[in-house]
Design a protein around this ligand. Structure first.
Ligand SMILES: [Zn+2]
Length: 187
């Protein structure tokens, strides 16, 4: 089932999400719905707070772009990108590489806003699955960027927080418009 994607500046997007200590059917349904919702919106990732749930759960699917990483290792072994998708992850812990790269990002909670964001280009992430497995995943490219973007969401951090000072000027107008729309919806 497709759920409603909430938009900036709704407060739940600033929530520090709670870890999931025991996976229930409700969490499984949430994950299925989030994949449906991400696909319906043509997104590459979606975090639970974007469907107004403050839990450490997010989904990613970059299978539309099989060339978007130069390596993918899952639990220390080379893995095929497309067959690894979609990824549903819980309670992630992120280790960032030293090199950085700048690329354009968008966010389903910020319609019609794109911005150049500088982030570490490689990551190692450890997360839990719905089946209670612990997975370690190492990658770069769009997948590394997507993990960082979604894990930021779970900590109440939004991509606009990572826009450079110069880039901020370019996004301010759109942010004000979103704030206005939200205030109007609230009335
Ligand atoms: Zn986002």
């Amino acid at each position: 089932m497709v759920r409603e994607i909430v938009r900036y500046p709704i407060p739940v997007l600033r929530a520090k999400c709670r870890p999931i200590t025991e996976v229930t059917d409700e969490h499984r349904q949430l994950a299925v719905d989030m994949i449906d919702t991400m696909k319906a919106a043509n997104g590459v990732g979606l975090a639970a707070p974007q469907v107004a749930v403050d839990l450490q759960l997010a989904v990613i699917d970059v299978s539309h772009n099989p060339q978007c990483v130069t390596y993918l290792r899952i639990n220390g072994e080379d893995a095929d990108l497309v067959s690894a998708m979609p990824i549903i992850f819980i309670n992630p812990k992120l280790d960032l590489g030293k090199d950085k790269a700048t690329d354009e990002e968008g966010c389903l909670s910020f319609p019609d806003l794109r911005a150049q964001i500088r982030r570490p280009s490689t990551i190692k992430v450890t997360y839990e699955t719905l089946d209670g497995q612990t997975v370690t995943l190492e990658t770069d490219g769009l997948l590394a960027r997507a993990f960082q973007h979604e894990i930021d969401h779970l900590n109440g951090i939004l991509f606009i927080d990572r826009v450079s000072a110069a880039g901020k000027i370019g996004v301010m107008r759109r942010l004000r418009r979103l704030q206005q729309e939200w205030a109007e919806d609230d009335e």
